[in-house]
Write a protein that binds this ligand. Structure first.
Ligand code: AMP
Ligand code: MG
Length: 321
């Protein structure tokens, strides 16, 4: 198969042990060969990411899974077969083909097949998998467009593989397994609990993640995905607006605008109220709201089910406690 010219360029940099940005259906990633210690070190320093926070490994197909992980529970196989390529990351015991600097010395590795045509083409052209954490400085809002990546990293990266807007716009759902091979959701994300349960039955979601001293997935730390402007998520927008003194507010509406003199800017997640569209626009609108220069940003909670549950999780982490 002939490679796209942008994929050829991306491959050239990766083969030279450089870090580039790649598109996925979830968010953009900062990608490097898992076998280049130098490039992996630079991912950590570019992101200012603690070295205790392991990276997700991206592989080209479900078949490749068996090279990189072992003792795979039946439910993990079923999930991989059903949802890959897609926004689901599995945490499984690694084989010797995964270096310990990828997993922060953990015996398990987080792994997935991303669903983006350019990145799948790129992965198929490489003879190594890519480690690719989200393309944002640690604790900041993730990038869902090539422009977001440029805004964050401007001159630092030799190449950004532009794959357009991320279709899902939320990070992958991360699932690990207990000793009996039973699934535990480590991080909510673009694949909903309801979709997962249709395939493997009831799953447990880790509770009290904020209090955990050593989080299994540091994406679970309470402060994450945060804009610079103080961000409030409320039940009732009218009573919130009455209670604040500032009149320099950006309001992010789910699907409709409101009229209030304290609101200087309004952004909508979806004109039609489509939940997938709202999820895919969330980070874009948060970044836009952050750039307006108002005193605060405010939005309201979603109904806590399906994608609303994953969106609420991100709103919680991005907001003022
Ligand atoms: P990011 O790519 O920035 O969304 O971060 C990847 C997430 O996957 C982080 O929250 C990691 O902690 C989590 N993760 C990566 N590797 C592992 C692992 N071996 N075990 C548990 N969680 C992991
Ligand atoms: Mg991240």
């Amino acid at each position: 198969m002939e490679l796209s010219s942008s994929v050829i360029r991306a491959k050239k940099w990766l083969d030279k042990n450089e870090v580039i940005a790649i598109p996925t259906e979830t968010v953009y990633g900062l990608a490097a060969s898992i076998y280049s210690k130098k490039a992996i070190d630079s991912i950590y320093s570019i992101k200012n990411r603690p070295t205790t926070n392991p990276l997700i490994v991206h592989i080209k197909s479900e078949k490749e899974l068996y090279k990189y992980v072992q003792n795979i529970p039946v439910k993990a196989k079923l999930l991989a077969k059903t949802f890959w390529p897609g926004p689901l990351t599995l945490v499984l015991p690694r084989t010797d083909l995964i270096p310990d600097y990828i997993t922060a010395n953990s015996e398990s590795v987080a792994i997935r097949v991303p669903n983006h045509p350019l990145t799948l083409e790129l992965l198929s052209s490489l003879d190594y998998p890519l480690a690719a954490p989200s393309a944002n400085p640690s604790n900041h809002v993730s990038s869902t467009t090539a422009q977001h990546v440029e805004n964050y990293f401007n001159t630092i990266l030799p190449y950004v593989l532009d794959g357009g807007d991320c279709s899902k716009g939320l990070e992958s759902t991360i699932i690990g397994f207990d000793k009996n091979g039973e699934p535990i959701v480590f991080r909510l994300g673009a694949l909903t609990i309801e979709q997962i349960e249709l395939v493997i039955g009831e799953v447990q979601v880790r509770k009290n993640l904020k209090e955990a001293e050593t989080p299994i997935a540091p994406g679970m730390f309470s402060k994450h995905y945060a804009p610079k402007t103080p961000f409030f998520v409320v039940d009732n927008i009218d009573s919130f607006l009455e209670s604040v003194t500032t009149d320099s507010i950006v309001y992010i509406g789910h699907q409709s605008r409101i009229s209030n003199s304290k609101i200087k800017h309004q952004l909508l997640l979806s004109e039609t109220g489509n939940i997938e569209e709202m999820a895919s626009n969330l980070y874009k609108k948060l970044l836009e709201a952050d750039s307006v220069g108002c005193d605060i940003i405010v939005t309201t909670w979603f109904e806590n089910k399906n994608l609303g549950m994953s969106i609420n999780d991100r709103l919680k982490r991005a907001s003022v406690k």
